[in-house]
Design a protein around this ligand. Structure first.
Ligand SMILES: C[S@@+](CC[C@H](N)C(=O)[O-])C[C@H]1O[C@@H](n2cnc3c(N)ncnc32)[C@H](O)[C@@H]1O
Length: 234
């Protein structure tokens, strides 16, 4: 499991540690109170779980996905919203079957710490995928590729950032457009709304669309914010 120690959506941490800090300050000023102390502890545990998912858990999920993905020889792969290339890097065991991996992103620092094409290029250049990775600045909603270009499309923790939901349907349609016939699609995304991608993908012509909750490794602080994995073939 190859991991990069950069946080996803660092603001998520403030959501848990901010209120915990306020409660601790109030406890220090007003004296000990059991209920408040328990609340602060729970918030800190949720913050630590968020960190675990971002720097360890999501890589475990990706590793299982990659182990279960059969690549055709000379596969061309697209990572839509690659960030630091966490998902691409897990393909380092399968380089012999890969002709090219293209990573696109808008490099938002709100969604991932220290996010830039230069930072990702550096990580890729020092990996076993060096020479096979091509990075581009592009929005999933308007991708600069021909139709039917990619054998495998992967996208992790990206689509929930696209709002409103109607726009996510457009993003899924863009992915379908550049996906080769008989190609495979793997989407990891956050939150229960992910299940709504299933009928959209079926409508776009994907078959065998399946969705699974990735469990403990994908909890963003609590089980109420889980990660789902969708796999589909065209
Ligand atoms: C939480 S990060 C995940 C990055 C990487 N896929 C991973 O799993 O480590 C979300 C990424 O999606 C990118 N992103 C958000 N909206 C996007 C869009 N419309 N088109 C392309 N990339 C987008 C962000 O810039 C960020 O790099």
């Amino acid at each position: 499991m190859k991991s990069i120690k950069e946080m996803d959506a660092p603001i998520g941490l403030a959501f848990f540690f901010g209120p915990a800090l306020i409660i601790v300050i109030v406890l220090l000023i007003n004296g000990f109170n059991t209920i408040s102390a328990i609340m602060a502890l729970l918030l800190i545990l949720c913050g630590l779980k968020y960190m675990h998912t971002s720097i360890i858990g999501k890589y475990k999920i990706m590793e299982i996905i990659v182990d279960n993905t059969q690549l055709k020889s000379n596969s061309k792969i697209l990572d839509a919203g690659c960030g630091h290339g966490a998902f691409m890097l897990q393909f380092n065991k399968k380089t012999a079957s890969i002709s090219e991996i293209v990573g696109i992103d808008i490099w938002s620092n709100k969604d991932q710490g220290n996010n830039s094409i230069e930072a990702t290029q550096k990580i890729m250049d020092s990996s076993s995928l060096a020479g096979k990775v091509k990075l581009k600045t592009a929005n999933i909603l308007d991708m600069p590729f021909s139709n039917n270009e990619f054998d495998l499309i992967i996208s992790s923790l990206v689509l929930h950032n696209i709002k409103p939901f109607e726009k996510r349907k457009e993003a899924l349609a863009e992915l379908a457009k550049v996906q080769k016939q008989k190609g495979e699609l793997v989407i990891m995304d956050i939150g229960f709304e992910t299940s709504k991608y299933v009928p959209v993908l079926e409508h776009l012509g994907y078959q065998n669309v399946s969705i699974a909750n990735a469990g403990y490794n994908g909890w963003w602080g609590t089980p109420m914010v889980p990660t789902f994995v969708i796999t589909a073939s065209k």
